[in-house]
Design a protein around this ligand. Sequence first.
Ligand code: SF4
Length: 232
Amino acid sequence: MTRTEKYFREHMEEMINLMRSQAPEHHFEFHEPFWVLITTILSHRTKDEVTDRAARNLEQRYHDMDGLSKASYEDVLKIIDKVGFKKAKAERVINAAKIIRERFGGRVPQTIESLTEIPGVGRKTANVVLSDGFGIPAIAVDTHVQRICMRTGISHSGNPEDTEMILRRIVPEKLWLGLNPMMVEFGKTICKPVGPRCESCKINSFCDYYDLEKGKKGEGRKTNKNNVKKKK
Ligand code: SF4
């Protein structure tokens, strides 16, 4: 069956509890808004432990926004050496510190609109800063959240902003905080990009992809739907 938005609205709380029981949420080291922002900028396409180490080293070297805004590009580049796309990110973190000092009076803004004025900050990063840094209910949709939503049938749009809007409609607001870190972990360990562990997945009875796979296995055919890559 193809599930509807109404179906997911009715079952989302149960699904979240089940996902959480299989994948406790992972948080980066910092909870102070400025360092949440810097960590999230660094985290794109980079392993968690590398991101954590780079953010910690930046914090130890520059201490705060003022310090980082005056940092030299070469020094920052050396410190975040292992991070993916380090050149662009070195520039972005220094600029972010400068812009927050100059345009926002040294305070990390608390709205999506203002946060996304900072170059390199999109809706996903802005939502992480709101939720993890300020404790404001927000839902960040990254590649893991997007994939899980498309496979289950929660979203049929490849645009993360559409998926965010659907989640905002179907997830009770009391569950928004912590939703992204939990789903990221669920995406890394259960609903993996390659070879999802559907048989042991606790939400397989709520998942369109699982139904389709089961049906097609019954017909003895191989399938590849909704961005699921087969293990080689
Ligand atoms: S059943 Fe499979 S595709 Fe569906 S959410 Fe679970 S792991 Fe992902």
